[in-house]
Design a protein around this ligand. Structure first.
Ligand SMILES: [Zn+2]
Length: 243
């Protein structure tokens, strides 16, 4: 990881983004380290592409949890923990433009699917893009402007017909973390359910089935909309007002 280097008079002080990256990659590491399967080809992160980012993105949720931060994140001189006010600012800045970013991401997902759904040669790439993004269009498209030629993810980047996986993983990670928010972010039973149904299982079973076993229900988009500040959650508002 390319963390900020220490200097002569300062230790390595990580930015929130660096801590988020650490949490993310550590989630992939746990998926591999805690795997309990017979075959390597089905072990750890050897799962469907739209399921592989669940453990990693799930971990990122801890970045803005005061209870987690208080365990280690102290001012390197004063020893003071991060004030809730600062954590709230990180949350609010992450919510800036989140709805637009979400719609844009869906547009990319629909375009990916449109290309890979095609059963005949495409004559008009601009028309294909316009059609694919119509339902999520916010701004009037600029004439003859298309992004598909530079959208390398969906041709040689390994995300062909799978670009939606980014957004889908967000739905899953927010919904999974919502269970922890309900029961406590360090709740042992909930953690064991995540361990036994997700982290140890790799690709040995259908991800939808594994997820339902952990969550007790199908994922809903509500937790993601709440986290992005698009939908209001009564409990979360009460918590912010309290602080
Ligand atoms: Zn990842």
């Amino acid at each position: 990881m390319n963390f900020t280097k220490p200097t002569a008079d300062k230790p390595s002080l990580l930015t929130p983004y660096e801590v988020e990256t650490f949490l993310h990659e550590f989630g992939h590491a746990l998926h591999g380290l805690l795997a309990n399967t017979t075959y390597a080809s089905l072990s750890g992160t050897n799962v469907y592409r739209d399921f592989v980012e669940l453990p990693s993105q799930f971990n990122e949720n801890y970045l803005t949890e005061k209870e987690f931060l208080d365990g280690f994140a102290r001012h390197y001189i004063t020893g003071e923990t991060i004030p809730q006010e600062l954590v709230d600012k990180i949350i609010r800045s992450a919510q800036f433009g989140a709805a637009y970013a979400c719609i844009r991401q869906l547009g990319f997902g629909y375009t990916d699917m449109a290309w890979h759904d095609a059963t005949q040669p495409i004559e008009d790439a601009v028309a294909l893009e316009r059609q694919a993004t119509k339902q999520v269009e916010i701004f009037e498209p600029v004439d003859n402007l298309i992004f598909s030629p530079t959208f390398s993810h969906i041709f040689s980047g390994g995300y062909a017909a799978g670009y939606y996986g980014y957004k889908w993983a967000e739905v899953l990670d927010a919904d999974a973390f919502a269970k922890f928010k309900e029961n406590g972010i360090f709740d042992k039973n909930t953690a064991n359910e995540f361990l036994n149904n997700i982290l140890t299982q790799g690709g040995t079973d259908n991800p939808a089935k594994l997820y339902r076993q952990f969550r007790g229900q199908d994922p809903s988009i509500d937790a993601l909309l709440i986290r992005d500040g698009i939908k209001k959650a009564p409990e979360i508002n009460a918590e912010i007002n309290k602080n």
